[in-house]
Design a protein around this ligand. Structure first.
Ligand SMILES: Cc1ncc(COP(=O)(O)O)c(C=O)c1O
Length: 403
């Protein structure tokens, strides 16, 4: 915040920030990349780890399966999924790979992605199409769109008799677009093409009803907007597609003799020795976060969305631009173009130089994404319960001073 003498003072956080251990010196506006886990959920993870280490053999022989099934049940209720089709994976990238690498693609088959798709998942599509002489079809969608219908029309125009799958985001990553995914699933599957829904930004940011959507495949993260520890995600497969999909890691389940359902659960549920506590924290995280506002999860999503829309307006003011998409296409993240044209390099792990500058100079953690598919750089804000509107004002002040 700018004081009377023109100096900057740290912006305040939201009251609920006391439940997180975020560095008080950082203005943390990037919940979207990796989430952030509240203390209560971290304590639950420690409790579970202690339970494992008190007798690892007893835990895996006796406790693990019932706990895991309990977590599957709670998450299924939360996203209205069929618990018999829901399994855990480490992250959405793994979920996407699991589906794609199980497909029996033929030369000439087409898989649709958009030029807003998450690059890692798009890469996985390219990997499977290239090895089978199939084709990745990229739908060009501009950053600035007028409405949902424009997006639906652009995607539907690319669906042909050769399309075997369309990978659709719930909310896009670098461009922060809340996609009309419910309509897209209906329309695409309505012409006989399966959808793989990338719900990395899914549970806890947009309402999900997988049974009503009847989507063939959906994978998404709990470690983003349900705030579980990292490494907790799900893959939901519709009943009629379950026999087609095998886990990336073939393990004991392959030779397991039992019903098809038992084998499916064993194959995905026992990937080998690993720490399952991030998955097992899902029930606690859903309950704990949901208790922080009287209106539960619906109020959390509404609150975060309203804050993101407010933050975007402040950001647009500082950048001298207008909101790029209607409010209806904003969830709890929102992106705006950075000024300037020119060559944009690929994204890398070190981060864009301006992102690094904002962190080093002002202690602001906000992503700046070079997006070469639009030849633009986007700055993306997130809104979570620990944020306060002053943090977006602080970002705007710092942008005005430094651009
Ligand atoms: C749209 C989208 N898909 C996939 C992913 C990958 O998630 P993860 O790194 O947890 O696999 C992300 C991560 O930000 C994302 O935004």
């Amino acid at each position: 915040m700018v004081s009377g003498d023109g100096s900057l003072s740290r912006p305040r956080r939201g009251d609920l920030a006391r439940h997180w251990i975020l560095d008080p010196e950082t203005c943390f506006l990037n919940h979207g990349s990796f989430g952030a886990t509240p203390v209560s959920v971290l304590e639950e993870q420690s409790r579970l780890r202690n339970l494992i280490e008190s007798d690892p053999v007893r835990f895996f022989e006796r406790d693990y399966i019932p706990l895991m099934k309990g977590a599957v049940g709670k998450l299924s209720e939360f996203i209205n999924a069929d618990p018999e089709g829901l399994v855990f994976v480490k992250n959405t990238t793994e979920g996407v790979n699991t589906v794609l690498r199980s497909l029996d693609l033929k030369p000439g088959d087409e898989i649709i992605v958009t030029n807003h798709s998450y690059q890692a998942c798009w890469n996985a599509v390219d990997f499977v199409t290239e090895r089978s002489d199939a084709k990745t079809v990229v739908v060009d969608i501009p950053f600035r769109v007028k409405n949902e219908a424009e997006v639906v029309d652009l995607i539907m125009d690319k669906v042909t008799g050769k399309t075997v799958l369309a990978m659709i985001d719930t909310v896009t990553s670098a461009t922060g677009l809340r996609m009309p995914f419910e309509k897209l699933v209906r329309d695409i599957q309505g012409v006989g093409v399966d959808v793989l829904l990338d719900a990395a930004h899914g549970p806890g940011i947009v309402p999900l009803d997988l049974i009503a959507m009847d989507v063939a495949y959906c994978t998404g993260n709990c470690h983003k907007w349900i705030c579980t520890p990292k490494g907790s995600a799900f893959l939901h497969i519709r009943e009629d597609r379950k026999s087609l999909v095998r886990p990336l890691s073939i393990s004991h389940g392959h030779s397991f003799e039992g019903t098809d359902q038992e084998k499916f659960e064993y194959e995905f549920g026992w990937p080998g020795t690993q720490d399952p506590t991030a998955w097992l924290c899902i029930p606690h995280a859903i309950k704990f976060l949901g208790s922080l506002l009287d209106g539960g999860w619906q109020e959390i999503m509404d609150h975060n969305r309203a804050l993101a829309i407010q933050g975007r307006k402040i950001l647009c003011g500082a950048l001298g631009t207008s909101p790029p998409v209607p409010d209806s296409m904003v969830s709890s993240i929102a992106a705006v173009e950075m000024p300037g044209e020119g060559d944009v390099g690929p994204m890398n792990l070190e981060g864009d130089p301006y992102h690094n500058f904002l962190l080093d100079e002002f202690g602001i953690q906000v992503p700046v994404f070079p997006w070469r598919h639009h030849n633009k750089r986007y700055i993306r804000i997130s809104a979570q319960l620990y944020n306060h509107v002053e943090e977006y004002e602080f970002l705007a002040d710092c942008l005005s001073r430094s651009l």
